[in-house]
Design a protein around this ligand. Structure first.
Ligand code: FAD
Length: 213
């Protein structure tokens, strides 16, 4: 098989790389071990008409003009901005945590519980919030999700949340946020239009296959 580039994975990363290479005149082959395109953003229309996101809900967000223009060549997006709530002490509270909530619970002069350079997830969380808040909002779901004590998780995982000084309720504040009108599956199909793809193909099992010219 004559290809310039073999792209492993038809998720949004692989598909974007494949599209850019193909548009630059390169021979590209995409392989994916799954039976459908799109990786984790894959979706399908249920017979009820409701679109199901196979691997959990996804919406697209970026603050980059370039990225937004690029994806809009392959799909139209309806505006969507997620607001998440955490059920704590019989109430729905903002997630990420609102600083006003911490003030209500602990007082105006609250300070984080950890000082210094965090070496694990728990310390990183406590470097931005008091322990009481960490235990109510973060500790248990994190340990349930990962199946290990929070002290054994990387400090970098705590980068995915913050304490919102301005009580901003949106999960993400990117300039552009939306969901493809026709679904992610169509978006990914358009992105990979006319690029050869082999599905149900695990690269690690076929490493010795000769892809080169
Ligand atoms: C529940 C959930 C919700 C999420 N929500 C959002 C969201 O709202 N917005 C957002 O931006 N991100 C979200 N994410 C993250 C999101 O899934 C990723 O940003 C995005 O889908 C990653 O795309 P990717 O192409 O890098 O990886 P993937 O989508 O994982 O694609 C990788 C592909 O490579 C294939 N592959 C892997 N190994 C091989 C191999 N050896 N041989 C062949 N093929 C292989 C896989 O089958 C897969 O199709 C969410 C993730 C989860 C789990």
């Amino acid at each position: 098989m004559n290809v310039d580039y073999l792209v492993v994975g038809s998720g949004i990363t692989g598909a974007t790389i494949a599209r850019i290479l193909a548009d630059a005149g390169r021979q590209v082959l995409v392989v994916d071990r799954r039976s459908h395109l799109g990786g984790n953003v894959h979706d399908y229309a249920h017979q009820s008409g409701i679109r199901i996101h196979t691997y959990g809900p996804h919406y697209f967000r970026t603050s980059s003009e370039v990225v937004w223009k690029f994806v809009n060549k392959f799909a139209s997006f309806y505006p969507y901005e997620a607001i998440l709530k955490t059920y704590v002490d019989n109430c729905y509270e903002n997630w990420p945590i609102a600083a006003s909530y911490i003030r209500r619970m602990i007082g105006d002069n609250w300070i984080p519980d950890f000082k210094g350079t965090p070496s694990n997830f728990e310390e990183a969380s406590l470097s931005i919030m008091p322990r009481l808040i960490y235990e109510k909002f973060v500790k248990e779901y994190t340990e349930k999700q990962w199946g290990v004590p929070a002290t054994r998780l990387s400090h970098s995982l705590a980068k995915r949340f913050d304490v919102r000084e301005d009580d901003e309720p949106r999960l993400k504040t990117n300039k552009y946020q939306g969901i493809p009108y026709e679904g992610y599956a169509n978006f990914m199909n358009n992105l990979l239009q006319s690029i050869p793809i082999i599905m149900n193909f695990d690269y690690l099992r076929h490493k010795k296959f000769n892809y080169r010219r």
